[in-house]
Design a protein around this ligand. Structure first.
Ligand SMILES: NC(=O)c1ccc[n+]([C@@H]2O[C@H](COP(=O)([O-])OP(=O)(O)OC[C@H]3O[C@@H](n4cnc5c(N)ncnc54)[C@H](O)[C@@H]3O)[C@@H](O)[C@H]2O)c1
Length: 315
């Protein structure tokens, strides 16, 4: 299959592109090297796939509607795997307009280009944070009308917009709600990377609510298994959780990193901001049933793999 992977220089998409190439697909990667972290890091992510003969890369911005239409006019894609986005909850709080333009505007540009070109199937990344403070474990049938920050609000908009493209134009769409994905090439603004760097540098960690918040950390290889299965499935319209189903308290998460790096964290306590949930916890029964998705990597094993990578990564 020929698959467009947006956000290809980013953490998750670079792994997805790599797996698709390994199994024989043709991949067109697209990214604009957004400045959420360094271009050097993103180029290093791309290096894993750039030399592959079935990979081509396009530097473009999904906010450019004409460029997206031209791309889909020039090339025929069997599938779109849309992973490009602004993805940091805390940063989104004061940057709602940028998040709206990239996450909603960019997604609509891609949906529009896809339907005009006759592309049949569109898979996209959503997030566990659409659930806000909903009852746990989070199940896909839960109402998601009360997000806590602009980032999840934009992802809810993508889910409902994709639904309208499915109804109006018959475009098949699947939205995957990712839960705290981590592993090699992980984003520098996410906890595994940020905490490891700060503990090693002797910098202070700001810990919310005495370390009580829990997150359902999902190792990248498990996440990619679910993503690939969704790309292959070709559902009419589905929203599916891709988590691990085993939330970990922040205090335990820090202990594991302290143990790996062999140093004790310097901690400063702070209240949990109202824009962040106390817990994320995926019910993964739908993914098990529809995608044969069975996450295997424990948090201890996954953070060890992350740290192995971190020690050799460009900082
Ligand atoms: N990492 C997680 O835990 C997590 C959790 C939930 C959802 N997600 C979603 O998964 C997807 C991938 O996230 P990630 O963690 O790999 O983030 P990432 O920042 O590493 O990757 C996203 C990529 O999108 C690119 N991008 C941003 N704006 C763009 C634009 N206007 N045009 C073209 N490209 C653009 C960036 O340059 C970046 O390389 C995102 O949609 C994110 O919202 C991630």
């Amino acid at each position: 299959m020929k698959i467009l992977v947006t956000g290809a220089a980013g953490f998750i998409a670079s792994h997805v592109a790599q797996r698709l190439l390994q199994r024989g697909d043709e991949v067109v990667g697209l990214d604009n090297f957004a400045p959420n972290y360094s271009r050097v890091r993103k180029e290093a992510n791309l290096k894993e796939v750039a030399a592959h003969e079935r990979f081509t890369f396009i530097e473009a911005d999904i906010r450019d509607a004409q460029a997206m239409r031209d791309l889909f006019g020039a090339q025929k894609f069997d599938r779109v795997m849309h992973l490009a986005a602004m993805g940091n909850v805390r940063y989104s709080v004061e940057h709602a307009q940028e998040y709206t333009a990239v996450n909603i505007g960019g997604t609509v540009n891609l949906l529009e280009a896809a339907r005009l070109s006759g592309t049949r199937y569109f898979v996209f990344a959503s997030t566990s944070s659409v659930y806000g403070n909903a009852p746990i474990p989070f199940v896909e049938t839960e109402s998601v009308a009360q997000p806590l920050a602009p980032y999840p609000a934009t992802k809810i908009a993508c889910e409902v917009m994709a639904h309208t493209y499915h109804v109006a134009f018959g475009l098949k769409c699947t939205g995957l709600r990712f839960f705290n994905v981590y592993g090699p090439r992980g984003r520098p603004d996410m906890m595994p990377y940020e905490f490891t760097r700060k503990i090693l540098a002797g910098e202070t960690l700001r810990i919310f609510d005495e370390g009580r918040p829990q997150r359902d950390w999902t190792f990248i290889d498990d996440n990619v298994n679910g993503v690939i299965a969704a790309i292959d499935a070709g559902f009419a319209y589905e929203i599916i959780n891709l988590g691990r189903g085993q939330p970990i308290a922040l205090s335990r998460f820090i202990e594991i990193i302290e143990h790996l790096v062999g140093r004790t964290a310097i901690i400063e306590h702070a209240p949990l901001p109202p824009t962040e949930p106390l817990i994320t916890y995926a019910n993964i029964e739908k993914a098990e049933l529809l995608l044969d998705y069975h996450p295997k990597i424990s948090i201890d094993e996954g953070l060890a793999k992350f740290y192995e990578w971190y020690q050799h990564a460009i900082q």
